[in-house]
Every structure is written in structure tokens, then in C-alpha cells.
Design a protein. Structure first.
Length: 389
């Protein structure tokens, strides 16, 4: 518990580095070999330590420097984090290689932002957090290994690293991938997601080159988490046996134009497929294991022209308007529910029937359900099949 409290304190401290800098009158700053450090006195929670406040003290100091080494300590004081003073841009820096000390605990706000020439950096195992925009726009990076002890990736930390193709991670502690963390990393094809992962932020993998992904059990997916990942072909949601339901944000996989198959978990608490979750996935052929889906949002499968069949669960409570609009290949809609409440509870509940493809047959389990569909305005052919599965 003490280690956890120490980590949270350190992370909060590092992520607020800019705020601390704004009031730096109470802290000592020192420049050593053109690297600017800020020193923090010891407290009850933490010993004396220092952070890299800027890798260079001026634009002139950047010229001709292709390799940079950060020491483990300055005058006996350990270097525990790196962030960047916003007054200096690294966009013209020529640094290709950075060596970091094993005293480092976090790589924080804007630490290497826009360092376009950076090609090689080994993150020490001591690092548990990579903060907001830490490597944003580092277009020279082609691969990186995340430390096993990493717990969190901050907002936009690798955003716009357009040549980043490989991210290695073999640990089991990562809990959070922040908003836009890998957005527009078009060459990134794989990234192992550990069972420890609790959340994937908004647009985290927007326009990446990810080809397949296994979502850990119960992991929360933010809005547009994988939107327009146009190379993504397969999504597998792993089992979740706890009480917490899956949460999938709107647009989570919209625009994944090559997505072929989606496997929901065999064991999980009831969950919902949100608005436009798979909209525009024109090649989506199969959505499997939908028995725990209780609601389908508006336009959830809009434009999924290759989808041929879909099974509505027994526990369905609502299907949103236009949920299957422009699903021109849909031939079978299996409805396992025996209660028609999802059609009648609200006036708009049955509106999805108006945009169902004309050639789609609706299979129900009882004659009463057939009549309910007719009363709701369904014009598709309805077939009663008592042993429907």
C-alpha cells in the first residue's frame, strides 16, 4: 500500500510539473551541461529529488547534439522525472539517441515532444508512468519498449508518431492507456494489452495500423477508441466473470473499413453496444456471442453491408433507430427475446424496423412475438421457430 501511495503521489507531482514551474520561486533550478534541473526538498512522503526541466537551456545548445545522456544524480540528488519547460521547443533538435538513468520514475508532460530526430531511447524499468504528450510528434521513432512496471500512459503520449511500427510490452501492471495515446500512429500494427488493463481512452488508437486486438476482460473503451483503424480485421473481447459490465464508448470501432469479425465474451455481465459503435464497417461479416447484449444503440451497425446475420439476445431492452440501416447484406435477424417490451416500451423503440433491409428475414420463437413485430410495423418476412438458438 505504501508503494502504491508513493507512486500516486509521484505521478501527480510529475504531471503537475508545469504548475510547479509556474511557482518555481520556492524551488532551486540549476543548469548542468546545458540541461536545466529543478530541485525539490525532502518531505514526509518523499526524499530530496530533482527533475529535468528542460533538456536544453537554449536553442543554440541544441545545435549539433545527436546523443544525450541524463545522469542518475546531480550532486548526490537523484533524478526522478523529466518534463519540458514550455518556453523552449525541441522541433529543431538534432538528438537521435537518449540515455536515461535507472533512478527515473516518470517521463512526464511534454518531455520529448516534437523531437522529430529522436530514433533510439531505452526507457528504464524504474519508470511507472509516461505522461501527457511525452513523445508526441516524435516522427523518428520506429520502435519502443515499454518498461514492465509501467502503470499508466498519459493523454497523447505517442500521438502523431507516424513511423512508430513496434511497441513492445511484456509486463502485467499497465492499467490505463490515455486519450489519443497512439492516435495517428499509422504504422503501428500490434500492441499487447495485458489482463491488468482497465481503460483505453478516447481516440487512443484512432487511425492506427492495428490489425487485430484482444480487449482484456472488463476493460472500458472510450469514445472512438479504435475509430478509423482501417487495417483492423479482428476484435476479441475476453471473458469477464465479475459483476461490472463491459462499457464500450460510442464510435468505438466506426470506420474500421477492413474489420471482418467481432467476438464478444462468452462470460460477462450484461452490456450494451453503443451508438455508431461499428458504423461504416463495410466488410464486417460476423458479430458473435451477443447473448449478454441488452441494448443496441442508434446506427450501431449502420453501413455494415457485409453483415449477413445477427442474433438479438433474450435480455434485449432496446434497439436504437437506424441500428441496421444500409446493412444491405443482412439476411437473418434472430430474435431470442420472448418479451416484446423492447418494441413497445417507448414509441421510438420499433423505429429500427423501418430501415431494415427488405430481404432480411426475422426469426422469432413464438407466434405472439411475430404478432408484436407486425403490430410494430415490421414489413419483413417473419418466421416462427420455437427451437431458435
Amino acid at each position: 500500500m505504501k508503494k502504491r501511495i508513493l507512486f500516486l503521489f509521484t505521478l501527480a507531482f510529475a504531471l503537475c510539473a508545469c504548475c510547479l514551474f509556474a511557482s518555481a520561486k520556492t524551488f532551486e533550478t540549476r543548469t548542468v551541461d546545458h540541461v536545466v534541473y529543478i530541485f525539490y526538498p525532502a518531505t514526509e512522503e518523499l526524499p530530496e529529488r530533482c527533475s529535468v526541466m528542460s533538456l536544453f537551456d537554449s536553442e543554440e545548445a541544441m545545435q549539433g547534439v545527436t546523443e544525450l545522456t541524463i545522469p542518475a544524480e546531480i550532486d548526490g540528488v537523484p533524478v526522478t522525472s523529466i518534463f519540458k519547460d514550455t518556453r523552449l521547443s525541441y522541433i529543431d533538435a538534432e538528438v537521435e539517441t537518449v540515455h536515461l538513468p535507472d533512478t527515473l520514475q516518470s517521463i512526464s508532460l511534454d518531455a520529448f515532444k516534437s523531437m522529430r530526430s529522436l530514433k533510439e531511447i531505452e526507457i528504464p524499468s524504474s519508470v511507472t508512468a509516461i505522461g501527457q504528450r511525452a513523445f508526441l510528434g516524435c516522427t523518428g521513432l520506429t520502435e519502443i519498449t515499454l518498461p514492465d512496471g509501467l502503470i499508466g500512459l498519459g493523454k497523447g503520449c505517442f500521438k502523431d508518431c507516424k513511423n512508430l511500427a513496434q511497441v513492445q510490452y511484456s509486463g502485467d501492471k499497465l492499467e490505463k492507456i490515455g486519450d489519443y495515446a497512439f492516435a495517428r500512429c499509422g504504422k503501428l500494427e500490434t500492441l499487447p494489452l495485458p489482463a491488468s488493463l482497465q481503460s483505453i481512452g478516447r481516440n487512443a488508437f484512432y487511425r492506427t495500423g492495428i490489425k487485430s486486438v484482444r480487449i482484456p476482460g472488463g476493460c472500458v473503451l472510450g469514445t472512438s477508441a479504435f475509430q478509423s483503424a482501417t487495417k483492423l480485421k479482428k476484435v476479441v473481447f475476453e471473458d469477464r466473470t465479475g459483476k461490472d459490465a463491459y462499457y464500450i464508448g460510442p464510435n468505438a470501432f466506426s470506420g474500421c473499413s477492413k474489420l471482418l469479425k467481432v467476438y464478444f465474451p462468452k462470460e460477462t455481465a450484461p452490456f450494451q453496444i453503443p451508438t455508431t459503435a461499428f458504423a461504416g464497417c463495410a466488410k464486417l461479416k460476423g458479430v458473435y456471442r451477443t447473448s449478454q447484449v441488452t441494448a443496441i444503440g442508434a446506427q450501431a451497425f449502420y453501413g455494415c453491408k457485409s453483415l449477413t446475420s445477427f442474433t438479438v439476445s433474450e435480455g434485449i431492452t432496446s434497439i436504437g433507430t437506424y441500428a441496421f440501416e444500409n446493412c444491405t447484406g443482412l439476411k437473418k435477424l434472430r430474435v431470442l427475446a420472448t418479451s416484446s417490451a423492447f418494441l413497445t416500451a417507448k414509441k421510438q423503440n420499433a423505429a429500427f424496423l423501418q430501415t431494415m433491409p427488405a430481404g432480411c428475414k426475422v426469426y422469432v420463437k413464438t407466434a405472439a412475438m411475430k404478432q408484436a413485430f407486425v403490430n410494430a410495423g415490421c414489413t419483413n418476412k417473419i418466421i416462427v421457430k420455437a427451437n431458435l438458438k
